[in-house]
Design a binder for this molecule. Structure first.
Ligand SMILES: [Mg+2]
Length: 355
C-alpha cells in the first residue's frame, strides 16, 4: 500500500478515568457506584484529541480489555493511526481489521480523531460532519433501579432539579410499584422505560399495557440481548406502546436483522465503535423506517458531548451519563432546561472543568 512521505504521525496515550456516581446506579444487570472508564489522548503537531471508553461487561468489555486493545494500538500506532488526522473512518476500519469487537475501546480512539480534526480546523465536530447542531430532541434523566424509598427520593429530586423527561429502569420483581411511585411524584413528565432485557415475551406484553395506562412512551430492550428476532416481533405486534432494541443492536449490520421486529433502535458510541459507524447505524435504521434514540453508558462530558454532536439526527436522546455523576472532571455539552447545548469550541469542545 502506498503511503504519503510524511514524517508527522499521530501518537496515542491513555489512562484510567474513574467516575463516581451521585447515587449507586442500578439496572437489571447489577448496581454500580463508580464507572471505570479509560481516557484516550491522541497527539498530533501540538493538538490533543480526547476520547473516552466506557466498557460494559454485558457487551464483553472491561477496563482491562480496553487497556489491552489500546496497548496493541499504541504498539502499532504508525500502522493503525497513521499520519492523517482527518482519516477517522479509515482509522476505524484499520482497528476493525486489527481486532474484532471491543467497540468501547475503538470508539474512544475514533472520537479522539474527530476531536483532533476539529481542533486543527478550528471547527466544532458537528460542522465537520455536515450537521447544523441546532435542532435536536430533549434529553431524559434516568431513574435507576433502587428501593421504593430511594425511587421516591430520586424522582422528587429529579423534578425539583427541573428535569423535563424521565427514563425509568425496570427488570425487577416490583416494576409496577416503581412506575406508580415515579408517576405519583412526576405526574406530568414524559416517561420512557428500559427493562435492560429483564422480561420474557409474556411479561413484556403485559407490562406494555400497564405502562401505556401510565403514559409511558416506549420500552427499551424488553427481552434479553440474544432473544430471538421472532420474539421481538411477537412483543411488538402485541405491545400497547413502541419497542426499541438497545443491547440487541450494536452496529449497522444488526439493524437489518431486527427490521420489522422493533419500532426503533438505541445507538451508542460504546456499542458501535465511534461516530462514523453511529451515522451508519442511524442511516440503516432510517432505511428500514425505524426510529432512533441516542444513548450512552455512564460517561464524563467527553463521551456525552461526542454523542451530542450527532443529536440532530435522532428522534430521542438519552444522554444523561454525566448528569448522574457526583463530579464530572470535564465540561462540554451543558444541560439547559431539558436540552443539551453543544459547545461552540472546536472539535468535541470538551475541556477540563474549571472548579
Ligand atoms: Mg438501554
Amino acid at each position: 500500500m502506498k503511503t504519503a512521505a510524511n514524517t508527522k504521525s499521530i501518537a496515542i496515550s491513555f489512562e484510567r478515568l474513574t467516575l463516581t456516581l451521585a447515587y449507586p446506579f442500578g439496572i437489571s444487570y447489577g448496581t454500580a457506584d463508580e464507572s471505570h472508564n479509560i481516557l484516550v489522548k491522541l497527539n498530533y503537531e501540538g493538538h490533543v484529541g480526547l476520547g473516552e471508553a466506557s466498557p460494559a461487561s454485558y457487551h464483553n468489555e472491561t477496563p482491562d480489555t480496553v487497556l489491552a486493545v489500546l496497548g496493541e494500538i499504541a504498539k502499532k500506532q504508525a500502522e493503525i493511526l497513521g499520519e492523517d488526522p482527518f482519516a477517522a473512518t479509515e482509522v476505524a476500519r484499520r482497528m476493525d481489521l486489527m481486532v474484532s469487537g471491543n467497540y468501547a475501546a475503538k470508539s474512544a480512539v475514533e472520537m479522539a480523531m474527530h476531536d483532533l480534526a476539529g481542533k486543527i480546523c478550528q471547527q466544532p465536530t458537528y460542522k465537520m460532519l455536515g450537521l447544523s447542531g441546532h435542532k435536536y430532541p430533549m434529553t431524559d434523566f434516568t431513574i435507576g433501579i433502587d428501593s421504593p424509598e430511594m425511587i421516591e427520593r430520586k424522582t422528587k429530586e429529579a423534578v425539583e432539579a427541573g428535569y423535563k423527561m424521565l427514563k425509568v429502569k425496570q427488570g425487577t420483581s416490583y416494576d409496577r410499584e416503581i412506575i406508580k411511585c415515579v408517576r405519583k411524584h412526576a405526574p406530568k413528565l414524559p416517561l420512557r422505560v428500559d427493562a435492560n432485557g429483564g422480561w420474557n415475551v409474556k411479561q413484556a406484553i403485559e407490562m406494555s399495557k400497564f405502562l401505556a395506562e401510565n403514559g409511558v412512551e416506549f420500552i427499551e430492550q424488553p427481552l434479553p440481548k440474544n432473544a430471538l428476532v421472532e420474539d421481538f416481533r411477537l412483543v411488538r405486534q402485541n405491545a400497547a406502546i413502541p419497542i426499541f432494541a438497545d443491547e440487541s443492536v450494536c452496529r449497522s449490520v444488526d439493524v437489518a436483522r431486527l427490521a420489522g421486529a422493533v419500532d426503533g433502535v438505541v445507538v451508542k458510541l460504546a456499542k458501535c465503535g465511534g461516530l462514523s459507524e453511529a451515522i451508519r447505524v442511524i442511516a440503516a435504521a432510517r432505511a428500514h423506517g425505524m426510529q432512533v434514540m441516542f444513548g450512552m453508558m455512564i460517561e464524563s462530558s467527553i463521551g456525552v458531548t461526542a454523542a451530542a454532536h450527532l443529536s440532530s439526527l435522532c428522534d430521542y436522546l438519552d444522554l444523561d451519563g454525566a448528569l448522574l455523576l457526583k463530579d464530572d472532571p470535564y465540561e462540554g455539552a451543558e444541560y439547559d432546561d431539558g436540552y443539551l447545548r453543544l459547545p461552540e469550541r472546536p472539535g468535541l469542545g470538551v475541556q477540563l472543568r474549571k472548579h
